[in-house]
Design a protein around this ligand. Sequence first.
Ligand code: SF4
Length: 218
Amino acid sequence: MLPRTLELNTWTSEKKCRKLVENLAKKHFTAVYCANAQEAADYILKQAENARSVGFGGSLSVADLKLTSLLSGQGKEILNHGFPDLTPEQRVAIMKRQQTCDLFLTGTNAVTLDGCLVNIDGNGNRVSAMIYGPGKVIVVAGRNKIVEGDVCEAIRRVKDKSAPPNALRLGKQTPCASTGFCCDCDAPQRICHVTTIIDSKPSQTDLHVLVVNEDMGL
Ligand code: SF4
């Protein structure tokens, strides 16, 4: 892409990201504009200073920030059920402990421009921790997650762009993991069991949303 085109595209997406930050703030989220992923990582590290335990919801947006070893090096307990070589029982135990960790980090499958966080989950552990339990929740939302339409369009985004590649990534035996398209399956390994809409900040949850002017995650 030509430098001037890139500059203009970045300007347009910054306007959209800042509009989203404004709308999220109206809904009482702590909403922060980040020009890039590094700014998001720096914000999280600052917010993590007093956390003893940090939960990871399984998000690629968060994984891309590569915070695990940094936080672990600071002596924090890392609760990541995606670590290799865990037994099924260990994975479940970690997912349960994430519900009450000091700081929970996750992405979002979609966010509407007017400030609704929309997610589809298989177990429900990620979305439940987003809503209630952890001492603090930080959601990393790349600009590619912003939907200008309503919640229905956000759900469509998840089914079109997020769930099929996630099913493939997770090694699930679902139709979408081979075709790339959602067919609203009834496969035993379906990853779409729970749909949540966080319409405004849950009353007892310190929920921060970082709106990043870069594409992040699926
Ligand atoms: S409903 Fe089934 S086919 Fe559709 S995205 Fe979810 S797992 Fe894939």
